[in-house]
Design a protein around this ligand. Structure first.
Ligand SMILES: Cc1ncc(COP(=O)(O)O)c(C=O)c1O
Length: 409
């Protein structure tokens, strides 16, 4: 006879963590593709361009010359110096090597930060719609995400006043992501300054996720909150990475710049978990920052052309309303006018569309179009489409969505 386990097998932490809806839909779309279906995917949040050749060459050279051993856990000196130079050049920020940590993706940097900063019950203010991982990473560190809803009417942007209304004695950190995933919204320098001033005035830390810094369209200006003042710099943790600007999603390389005590604590956590990011990926990262930047601009321009096609095409569909984003490569149309309508799968009972999960399932199952439901981003009235895909896919995919909407009863 087998003795039953005395304890529950899984931790509450693991049980309560929500799976990433983006990864789940992408996996489902890929499985359908593998069955030979002509799936058009607006799912994955990654550029459809190859990594620039000079970056690949740098990694190949590193591999050939034997850079295949452990590196310092928080990153190589060469990459830290390239990051320091980038922060100076692009953001007007001055950091030393002990104030930089390189991790296995920006996601990993944020994870390290939450683990390094949060005690049980500490509150983290997260404006919604938010990137799916922020609340989950807060919870994985036993913190409490406090959601500040930003409405479509305000362009999916919150304000210092709205954030202030959610501050309590337990508030430790405010999370800002501009340009935003999933909305593409970009904060003005003034609003960022107001939020930064609020954090400085109240002694609250500010995490600025700047991963879409380079994907900005007409007129939008990028500014790092850490650059506002010495006091702001002390309280700001700047997150950035290589995935989006340099099309290096699979390389898993990102970084944080912050006060040296915060970086030291993050490094301790990284030391005891993953150790260093892959050595040859770091060599590629050095070239991505120090080498020519023309591919960054080529990709940005292509994204802008696609945005200018997808937004009007979506707005032409009755019941769909889509804001024109200023950055990133996502649109976040409101489709809530379609909720309550129904469709009938072949040989099955009619199904009513009750929310974004149902609508995304309908599009995938019946029209072979993958979109991400807004529910995972804290906005069930919306769906997210990544337009980091070819113009042909955009046109065919939106035509299918139009057909799907028209077929609803
Ligand atoms: C807002 C935001 N932050 C961070 C990340 C993580 O990027 P990385 O690939 O560097 O982990 C993503 C990726 O989708 C993102 O959208």
């Amino acid at each position: 006879m087998i003795t039953p386990p005395q304890q529950r097998m899984l931790s509450l932490r693991a049980i309560q963590a929500a799976p990433s809806p983006t990864l789940a839909i992408t996996a489902k779309a890929n499985a359908l593709k593998a069955q030979g279906k002509d799936v058009i995917s607006f799912g994955a949040g990654e550029p459809d361009f190859d990594t620039p050749q000079n970056v690949k060459d740098a990694a190949v050279t590193a591999l050939a010359k034997g850079d295949t051993k452990y590196t310092p856990s928080s990153g190589t000196v060469a990459l830290k110096d390239a990051i320091i130079a980038k922060l100076k050049r692009d953001n007007g920020l001055t950091y030393g090597r002990t104030e930089i940590i390189v991790s296995c993706g920006a996601k990993h940097s944020i994870y390290n930060l939450m683990q390094a900063m949060l005690d049980p019950g500490d509150e983290v203010i997260v404006p919604s719609p938010y990137w799916v991982s922020y609340p989950e990473q807060v919870k994985l560190a036993d913190g409490v995400p406090v959601i500040v809803p930003a409405t479509e009417a305000s362009g999916f942007l919150t304000s210092a006043a709205e954030i202030e209304a959610h501050i309590t004695s337990k508030t430790k950190l405010v999370v800002i992501n501009s340009p935003s995933n999933p909305t593409g919204a970009v904060y003005t320098p003034q609003v960022l300054r107001d939020i930064s001033d609020l954090c400085v005035g109240r002694g609250i830390y500010l995490m600025s996720d700047e991963i879409y810094e380079k994907v900005l369209y007409t007129g939008a200006e990028f500014v790092s909150p850490a650059s506002f003042s010495e006091a702001a710099k002390k309280l700001t943790i700047t997150i950035n990475g290589f995935s989006k600007a340099h099309s290096m999603t699979g390389w898993r390389l990102g970084y944080a710049a912050a006060d040296l005590d915060i970086v030291a604590a993050m490094s301790k956590i990284q030391d005891q978990s993953t150790s260093n990011p892959t050595s040859i990926a770091q060599a590629g990262g050095v070239e991505a920052l120090n080498g020519p930047q023309d591919s960054v601009e080529t990709m940005r321009r292509a994204f802008q052309e696609r945005r200018d096609v997808i937004v009007p095409a979506l707005n032409d569909i009755p019941g769909v309303h889509c804001l024109n984003p200023d950055g990133a490569f996502y649109v976040f149309p409101n489709v809530s006018a379609l909720y309550g309508k129904s469709w009938t799968p072949s040989g099955d009972a009619p199904r009513t569309i009750g929310g974004s999960d149902d609508f995304a399932a309908y599009l995938l199952e019946k029209y072979e179009v993958a979109v991400i439901p807004g529910s995972g981003f804290g906005a069930d009235g919306n769906i997210r489409l990544s337009y980091a895909t070819s113009m042909e896919n955009i046109k065919r995919g939106v035509a299918r969505i139009a057909e799907a909407v028209q077929a609803l009863a």
